[in-house]
Write a protein that binds this ligand. Structure first.
Ligand SMILES: [Zn+2]
Length: 295
């Protein structure tokens, strides 16, 4: 979403009241695990599991849809390196990445935040996929909107048109890197699943692939807001053995009041011992260059 200077000023006016901005500005003491000009990683002070951390932007963006492409690429692109680092530092069999938007999805801070949970199947943090009982509505419209959004995104950023390589049957959107599926039954009336076509080990994803996967998730979230009137969305990347279905997926779930789709975390206060992390952003070929080469 294009953000003009006036809107940016409004976002910045919220800094004083925002706990994440206060952390970033040094008004609340904090020692980031990693920080560069755009993003920081912080250790969760009331963790549900050992090793829980979050990633946030230095600019106050209330929603993912407002974050510019260059910043989103860093925000999402660091995830594989964090997953790899957590698997070295913490005993875990998988890592979940959670992005919530809207109060009904559990968003408590009006500033983009990505929560990262090292997991093992018995930790009882939450079991989010327990009730896949509802049929997703208006699939054709979601498919249409998602394709248009990604095409516009390519155009806006001066990149060549996206060409979909259609090798996954039934996908509502696909390109060279991922396929978006609409399961027969979901946990709410809007539940989409994004699968990587490249690799199921998140820690082996390139910066660009990770960024693209979550970029598509972000647009899928917008499609659910606009198309189904969702009042919130939950984006959940499950990797490793935290997923009972056993493979890497990004779930994008439309949220509604009383949707009976609760994350039920344990109360926190586990130890959280984490060492500093080193994140590097290599300049890579844009995924859209690869997509354009399919023309
Ligand atoms: Zn803020």
């Amino acid at each position: 979403m294009y953000v003009n200077q006036e809107t940016l000023k409004q976002f910045e006016a919220a800094r004083e009241q925002c706990v994440l901005c206060r952390l970033i500005d040094g008004n609340i003491p904090a020692d980031p695990l990693f920080s560069n000009e755009q993003i920081s990683l912080f250790k969760e002070i009331r963790p549900k599991v050992n090793g829980q951390l979050y990633i946030t932007t230095h600019t106050h963006y209330p929603l993912l849809a407002y974050v510019p492409y260059e910043v989103t690429t860093q925000l999402f692109g660091c995830i594989p390196q964090i997953v790899e680092e957590l698997r070295k530092q913490v005993a875990c069999t998988g890592v979940d990445v959670l992005i919530v938007a809207g109060g009904v999805a559990g968003q408590t801070v009006g500033h983009v935040k990505i929560d990262v949970y090292p997991r093992d199947p018995s930790d009882g943090v939450y079991d989010f996929m327990i009730k896949p009982t509802v049929a997703t509505e208006r699939k054709d419209m979601l498919a249409n909107n998602l394709t248009i959004m990604l095409r516009n995104h390519a155009r806006r950023n001066g990149i060549k048109p996206i060409i979909s390589k259609k090798d996954v049957p039934g996908a509502i959107y696909q390109d060279n890197h991922c396929a978006v599926l609409c399961p027969e039954k979901g946990v709410t009336k809007g539940h989409l699943i994004i699968k990587s076509k490249v690799n199921n080990n998140v820690e082996e994803w390139s910066t660009e692939h990770a960024a693209h996967m979550l970029y598509v998730a972000s647009f899928a979230s917008t499609a659910l807001f606009e198309g189904l009137g969702a009042q919130g969305t939950t984006i959940l990347l499950r990797s490793g053995q935290s997923d009972r279905q056993g493979s890497c997926k990004v779930h994008v779930i439309a949220r509604f009041p009383d949707d009976d789709c609760e994350i039920t975390p344990l109360t926190g206060n586990k130890d959280n011992r984490l060492n500093k992390m080193s994140i590097t952003f290599k300049k890579e070929r844009s995924v859209f260059d690869d997509l354009a080469s399919l023309i």
